[in-house]
Design a binder for this molecule. Sequence first.
Ligand code: C2E
Ligand code: CA
Ligand code: CA
Length: 743
Amino acid sequence: MTQESLHHRDWRKARLFGPIAGLTLGVLLLLVLVSALLVQRFDATASAREQHMVQQGFYYQVQELNKVIATQVGWDGAVKMLDHRQNADWADFNLGNYLYTFNGFTHSFVVDDRDKVFYASFNGERAGLGDYAAFAPAADQLLPQIRKAESIRPKLAPRPGKGNLVIPPIQANTVGRINGQVYLVTATLVQPDFGKYLPKTSRAPVAITALPIDAKLLSGFAQRYLLDQLNVAPDQASRSGNGTLVLRDLRQNPIATLIWNPRKPSAALLDRLLVPLLLVAILLGLLAWSMVRRSAAVVTDLIASEARAKHLAFHDPLTHLPNRAMLFERLHALLGGISRPGDRVSVLCVDLDRFKEINDTLGHHAGDLVIETTATRLRLACAGATLIARLGGDEFVVLCSKADCDGAEVLGQKIIAALSAPIASEYGRLEVGCSIGTVVIDRSGVEPTEALRWADLALYQSKQTGRGKQTFFIPEMDQALQSRRSLETDLRNALADGDLRMVYQPQVDLHGRIGAVEALLRWTHPERGEVPPDVFVPLAEETGLILLLGEFVLRRVFAETGQWVRIRVAINVSAEQMRVPGFAALVARLAAHARIDPARYEIELTETALLSDDPVTAGNISALKRLGFTFALDDFGTGYSSLSVLQRFSVDKIKIDRSFVSCLDDGGESEALVDAMIKLAKALDLRVIAEGVETESQRSHLAACGCTEFQGYLTGRPMPAGAVEDLIGVAATQPRRAVSRRR
Ligand code: C2E
Ligand code: CA
Ligand code: CA
């Protein structure tokens, strides 16, 4: 696995696990946040309640203390003793001493109707009136309120026998700091209860009492309201996190602050919730972890199978080389990258030279072996290439982005050298070799299909001009292709327009007597004139037009020669025609229609037609044989493995290729070769004919070797059917039937 794909894989996993991890963390965070918020809310509510409770508690405490004072000065006796008599001893006993002893009031004073102090007590003992001065400011705040309430009180009148007067106490409280101590200062109006004694004037005396708000008082208060660490601090002390209650005087000035540790119920709540919360968090974590583990396995599988699919889609299964799809993709990218002068891309189309023959004769397994070996050799030879791809069959393409023209040339030579080495195999030494077509693109705007087509044209040229070569593309090749294309169109038209005709070349025996003719096709092009069949027949074979062309030949030959007697007729049939299922049936139909005798006709096949172990070809051949046709092996000696073909198919005749005949005059090994061929034919009991016989010396050479039939310019040029009839004489033809020469 490459670094890149590893990185890719990590990235894919991260993309999957990121959300899971994020979600888990998010949920955990939310849990913590919600808990924190709840705790805070919980505590805030609790502290607000406590605040309220302390405030109320303090108020009730003051009310209770007020009641104690009111009891002492709110009865007829108090009116009598304080208002009427200003009796200090009474005040000592009922006020100063009593309040100090039972409730801790340290100071008690009584002021008269003019608010002048006439009694003072400190810690339960009589004190000097001067003590009042320190409390006067606090008293001055309270007294106006008392006097005001007193003035609006319903008039007091004795109600003999009616019991209590039911007068609510008139009191006021304030808080004051006196000599560094915080006091609760209370003013209480002296009032009757049953009315036995009524105030002397409209203004009764007022008791001023002071209770220190100190540790002793607070501890009782704290015990009652379950407050922790209750203290009093000077002024408006603010301590964050603590419960506070600011004590103010009547003018709303802050005098002191009660401070305590607030109760935090959240702590208890948290204590209880912690374990379940932790459990939930752990569970969540485990869940996420198992999810990640499972999906990791799934993702790994997915990535692997995706990589496999990708590899399959872009690689050839046999050689594992990149395939056509990948080639196009890379070529597209390389061509698109050409932007500056000096940028170039070399495209080398490599085609094996003898692959088809090996595949056809030795089978697909041998073919696969050749392809695999070729792939391995290409990898070695093109180590610096950008891409080596297999297009299919025996076609490979090498892309090179660095190599300049010379580089491509060198690379091509390396490839040819590498592939020309024989392949040792269980089938023996396989000689393959290759041809290469190369194009070097150095300008932008070229499409991959165009580049490949150019390289392919160059390859075609390599194949045409002898194999094992590298050819560079030149624009003229494109023009040649264009003209081939137009020729193809013209040939189609020629078929329809009747520009094709047949000529017949005599085949003679030792005495020069015509025993047979070979039917040859001629095309007179309206503009180009005569186009040789060497040009248009291969073209027709490539384009598939040969099937129509072949049918035309059969029809025409049967029509023109059907009435001849004794003279045999050889017809050239292309390998492509033989590969068509039903070709034998077509010939049978045409023969029956023309009422010809198949025994008078010989089909000339080249070795390429017989080489393939194609079952259709074999079927057609045996069917045609059953009909009575004989077979001649054309161009004998030029093919790949003549002997094996001769053994496999029982042909009736071999036709020694004219290339051997033309060399006969030069002497040398040609004579030996021709001699061997003839001997071979005799050994196999086959008839032999030599074609392309142009001179008497060739003829006599051949005759000396044992050849008995000859065809060539020496004994007769190809001629129209009428000329043949003139030569062989009317005796050799049956009465002419009304058979049209043209379709
Ligand atoms: P081929 O079957 O080997 O035909 C013999 C060729 O040799 C003919 O060329 C003929 O004109 C030529 N020839 C005959 N005597 C001599 C000679 O003394 N010296 C030289 N140099 N040549 C001689 P042609 O007619 O141009 O045909 C060329 C090839 O085209 C044929 O080779 C055959 O392969 C193909 N062909 C021609 N007619 C047909 C046809 O009707 N069907 C098919 N399938 N192929 C055809
Ligand atoms: Ca022939
Ligand atoms: Ca021939």
